[in-house]
Design a protein around this ligand. Structure first.
Ligand code: HEC
Length: 229
């Protein structure tokens, strides 16, 4: 009588399985790579004109108001650029209409805005802000997450005294110990006025990136220790 061999001990079975799993995973990874690349592509000013949502919007978003609101359709907070409108399938989305002045202007061209944000990025890299902060999931948690720092309600309260929220953040960056808001202080990194403006542009732009609600519940953290009081 022939001996019954269990499939689980068959070399042929495992060799075939390994080949199939590797093959299917490779195809899936190639698909996901292209999908991610499409999601990470920066939008243009045209997209904003046509109200097309992009995860990474055009740099011209610095001309618009930026908010962070719970979208019941997606179940987490999303950036709301230029006011909100209803999403046809339910929930809310950006209206791309409401503008606001950013350092006195709301008409930065795509090129101007891109250059300003790029300078901000270079400053952030040169000064190693990630040693203490986190940007889009990269960095440290010694200091607050900067991904949505533009939306920190603290700036709203300081805005009137500085003639606008962007000026308040720029003033802080140029001399953080003077405007310390927490027990743990940020050192003075010798950031110039021009660099500060560029960094604020970068922070505003970054807050408009759709990060699937990360970090969660930003702007709702009430009752945190405030060293100014
Ligand atoms: C040595 C650590 C350290 C480095 C480096 C550092 N920071 Fe900070 N930063 C802090 C700390 C601590 C705070 C909180 C200070 C406070 O609130 O008074 C802070 C606060 C901030 C805030 C306010 C955050 C909020 O949510 O309102 C911003 C904006 C900021 N830093 C930007 C930067 C930028 C941009 C750089 C790089 C140019 C930088 N920081 C580099 C430690 C650091």
């Amino acid at each position: 009588m022939e001996e019954k061999v269990s499939v689980w001990t068959s070399n042929r079975f495992w060799r075939r399985s390994a080949t199939w799993v590797t093959g299917v995973a490779s195809v899936l990874l190639i698909f996901l790579t292209f999908d991610s690349m499409a999601q990470m592509k920066m939008g243009s000013a045209k997209d904003i004109e046509k109200k097309i949502d992009r995860r990474i919007p055009s740099p011209v978003v610095i001309n618009y108001t930026i908010d962070y609101k719970l979208d019941p359709y997606r179940g987490h907070e999303i950036p709301i650029i230029g006011g909100e409108m209803r999403r046809p399938e339910g929930g809310i989305k950006s209206a791309y209409e409401k503008k606001e002045k950013f350092f006195g202007r709301d008409d930065y061209s795509e090129k101007e805005a891109r250059e300003l944000i790029h300078k901000g990025k270079l400053t952030i890299q040169a000064k190693n802000c990630m040693d203490c902060h986190t940007l889009l999931g990269n960095g440290a948690y010694y200091a607050p997450d900067l991904t949505k720092a533009w939306l920190d309600p603290t700036w709203e309260t300081l805005a009137p005294a500085y003639n606008g929220k962007e000026y308040a953040i720029a003033a802080f960056l140029q001399d953080p110990p003077k405007m310390a808001m927490h027990e743990r202080k940020m050192p003075n990194l010798g950031i110039t006025k021009e660099e500060a403006k560029a960094v604020v542009a970068y922070l505003k732009f970054m807050s408009a990136i759709d990060t699937n609600g990360f970090p969660r519940n930003f702007g709702k953290i009430k009752g945190a220790v405030d060293a100014r009081k």
